[in-house]
Design a protein around this ligand. Structure first.
Ligand code: 4AD
Ligand code: MG
Length: 468
């Protein structure tokens, strides 16, 4: 077969160079046809769309043709032709075909369309070859790019925070431990506590739950930074919105108060949603047509209005009124409760019908670093709540006052020896500052319309599941 430079299918489909010889390479999605001619739908991942390869069966060897089944990989030389059929502008009249790899129809799992999402999760090594996961993972890439673009264009610096850490940012005790100790022969002191002196780091270490604390150090030097990296939570919650390993984007800005923080969050998330609509139009349209007919309308919907801003206390009042009017929630509603996703979604989907930023939560249900309000009961927290998702962003203005932060750390019995470096930001040139964390997969749930977070990350890590 004549060697030619490969053209990606996305470029072939946009080409009008009819009559020229091109080479495409990809995987067979379907093959259909008659005794004289075969139509092969070939996909190379560059786009949701396949190119149609037309094969005149008389011109090819039967032994070769037999190998061209769903899942097989091919290199095709052929003439780019204006298509007569509907649904595509161009097709390729094959002149030469090489089969790189076969896919035995008896064992290749992606034969038919319409596999359940549960089944596809079991074959996560092959599911990127489906239309749906191709679309989701192309969108995932594009959103990562959009996030870097948004912050870079605003003059933020991408700051790398450690993945292995000795501090628990959220203080929720959901950390995975990192150790090289022999678990069958742990050294303990007379009280039965494990001795970490001989462990790799000489102390107890874990995978990070958030880059925020180190991000604050950077913000109080570089002014405005963001992190974008993997985070880990050993929370045993088997829900469609929780992963044990997820990616988080955490901007942190010196001199921003909570209002600046809310403005940044709203502008940021709208930028991302607009990017998905404009830059991933083909993939979003596919997901809209195949899975969720309201996806595009929902994306356009959040761009339209400004987000509602409301205090937690006002939010509780609305929920209590709904309960009084007969609305049934699974979990109770009262001042002080950590809102469940059903409560958040009621505010967004039923009550206001647009995204809500809830602020000033009770300090007991929020992390130690949040700025304390004068009422002594609440902190300057802000959660952004989204339709279908609930909490998509969590953030706050930070406590900048050394004494207040110190006493909160003591109240919560956070080991001070682990926190000295964090407290130093409040000892030397402390400034008001704010930040937030966006769960990358929660954003992807929203822009793809997928309903399970396991379907927007290539290899999900959840309780009892670390396959692949
Ligand atoms: O609300 P969280 O716990 O806030 C923080 O970690 C702060 N340190 C962020 C900051 O202020 N810099 O988490 C932030 C976001 C949540 O709103 C949610 O979108 C996502 O991270 N998230 C998860 N996503 C998937 N699986 C999980 N288990 C998640 N936990 C939180
Ligand atoms: Mg939160």
């Amino acid at each position: 077969m004549e060697t030619m430079k490969r053209t990606k299918i996305i470029d072939v489909l946009a080409s009008t160079a009819y009559g020229t010889l091109v080479n495409v390479k990809g995987w067979v999605r379907t093959r259909r046809g008659s005794k004289q001619v075969s139509f092969i739908a070939l996909n190379d991942g560059s786009t949701i769309h396949n190119v149609q390869v037309v094969v005149d069966l008389d011109k090819f060897d039967d032994e070769l043709l037999k190998l061209i089944t769903t899942g097989a990989s091919l290199s095709v030389n052929g003439i780019l032709t204006q298509s007569q059929g509907k649904g595509q502008a161009v097709e390729i009249q094959a002149t030469e075909i090489e089969v790189y790899g076969t896919a035995d129809p008896a064992t290749y799992p992606l034969q038919k369309k319409g596999h359940s999402m549960e089944f596809l999760r079991e074959i996560a090594h092959l599911r990127p070859r489906t239309n749906t996961f191709g679309a989701v993972f192309r969108i995932r890439h594009n959103m990562a790019y959009a996030i870097h673009k948004f912050f870079h264009d605003k003059g933020f610096f991408y700051f790398h925070t450690p993945i292995i850490t000795a501090s628990d940012c959220e203080g929720a005790g959901q950390m995975f431990q990192v150790t090289t100790m022999n678990l069958y022969d742990l050294k303990k002191d007379e009280n039965g506590s494990i001795l970490y002196d001989n462990d790799f780091f000489g102390k107890q270490a874990s995978l990070t739950v958030s880059g925020q604390l180190e991000g604050e150090l950077a913000a109080t030097a570089l002014g405005q930074i963001y992190t974008f990296g993997p985070t880990f939570r050993a929370e045993n919650s088997n829900t469609p919105r929780h992963l044990a390993e997820f990616w988080m984007i955490e901007p942190e800005v010196a001199f921003n108060d909570i209002n600046d923080n809310m403005e940044l969050a709203e502008e940021f998330i709208k930028f991302c949603v607009r990017w998905a609509l404009e830059q991933c139009a083909d993939d979003v349209k596919f997901l809209n047509d195949m899975f969720d007919k309201e996806l595009i309308a929902r994306l356009e919907g959040v761009l339209k209005d400004s987000f509602v801003r409301l205090t937690y206390t006002e939010g509780i009042k609305i929920l209590e009124e709904a309960v009084a009017k007969g609305h049934k929630f699974e979990f109770p509603v009262y001042w002080g409760v950590d809102l469940a996703s059903e409560h958040e979604r009621f505010l967004v989907e039923d009550h206001f019908k647009r995204p809500v930023i809830l602020t000033d939560y009770p300090k007991e249900i929020k992390a130690f670093y949040m700025k304390q309000n004068d009422d002594g009961k609440t902190v300057r927290a802000m959660d952004v709540l989204f339709p279908k998702i609930g909490e998509i962003i969590g953030g706050s203005e930070r406590e900048a006052d050394y004494d207040k932060l110190y006493s909160r750390i003591q109240e919560l019995h956070i080991p001070m020896k682990d926190m000295w470096w964090y407290l130093d930001t409040r000892r030397f040139g402390t400034v008001p500052h704010s930040g937030f964390g966006l769960g990358f997969e929660r954003l992807l749930l929203f822009v793809t319309g997928m309903t399970n977070i396991r379907d927007v990350i290539p290899f999900p890590r959840t309780p009892k599941n670390a396959e692949f």
